[in-house]
Design a protein around this ligand. Structure first.
Ligand SMILES: C[S@@+](CC[C@H](N)C(=O)[O-])C[C@H]1O[C@@H](n2cnc3c(N)ncnc32)[C@H](O)[C@@H]1O
Length: 241
């Protein structure tokens, strides 16, 4: 009886009190180029840190400015807003399932007057994205682990890789012709090969792998894996590393 009572208290703290306290806390702010990005600390899944390495990746490969870029699992949009601020895209689309993340991203749009260039959707994976969206490049720092130990962490946990699998299944509908997907993953939870069968089942092929160790590692090691439709030729920037 005591065990089940203390479990109920733990569940109540996690499911009600913690979200309530987080809601009351004011937003923080980080500046990328001329954009102030609003967020709360618990929404940062690495986007303010290793996520900013997308700038180096795209600079080193001389990726030209893209007409429209999408950040999947965007959180407050640290990566997407930064790429927009640094001229890697003309317009930006962001989506996340977590309401506080969507609220933060919309605050950034409002306070920086970006409504004519940025769309923010609350979407469970890609299920609630308007069918008219077309993206030249998709980027993401999605949840990196399929281990149940992370099951209460929305920023980390992808049960049985269902999030990745459904993403690969649905993303081709939104990809512009010759569109490219670049995911930032972590060798602590996966290697590029983890995703190959899921992508291939969806008619995609791997076109880029950078910094992947090829085995699971005890410490974090972030790497990039890129995908295109199987029949599409890769643009020059994808092949230059
Ligand atoms: C590793 S965090 C990355 C957040 C942010 N992009 C960053 O780099 O800090 C993963 C994100 O995936 C989101 N997420 C988890 N499950 C999702 C789902 N079913 N649909 C959309 N987003 C989801 C979480 O809310 C979280 O914001």
């Amino acid at each position: 009886m005591f065990a089940s009572l203390s479990q109920s208290i733990i569940d109540m703290e996690r499911d009600w009190l913690k979200p309530f306290r987080r809601r009351l806390r004011p937003h923080s702010r980080v500046r990328y180029g001329d954009i102030d990005v609003y967020y709360k600390r618990f929404l940062d899944g690495g986007g303010t840190g290793f996520g900013q390495d997308f700038l180096r990746l795209f600079r080193s490969r001389r990726m030209p400015t893209q007409a429209r870029l999408f950040e999947w699992c965007a959180g407050p949009g640290f990566i997407g807003f930064s790429l927009l601020a640094h001229g890697f895209c003309e317009t930006l689309c962001l989506a996340d399932v977590n309401p506080p993340a969507v609220r933060a991203a919309r605050m950034t749009v409002r306070r920086n007057r970006l409504a004519d260039r940025v769309a923010v959707y609350r979407s469970d994976n890609l299920a609630d994205i308007p069918p008219t969206e077309r993206w030249n490049v998709i980027v993401s720092n999605p949840p990196h682990f399929d281990e149940a130990v992370f099951k209460h962490h929305i920023t980390h946990y992808d049960r049985d890789w269902h999030l990745h699998r459904d993403f690969f299944r649905d993303a081709p509908r939104f990809l512009a012709p010759d569109g490219v997907i670049v995911l930032q993953e972590n060798n602590q939870g996966a290697t590029a090969e983890t995703f190959r069968p899921m992508a291939e089942a969806a008619g995609l092929r791997i076109v880029l792998v950078e910094n992947c160790r090829g085995v699971l590692t005890p410490q974090p090691n972030y790497f990039y894996v890129g995908f295109m439709r199987a029949g599409n030729a890769a643009p020059a920037w994808v092949g230059t590393g």
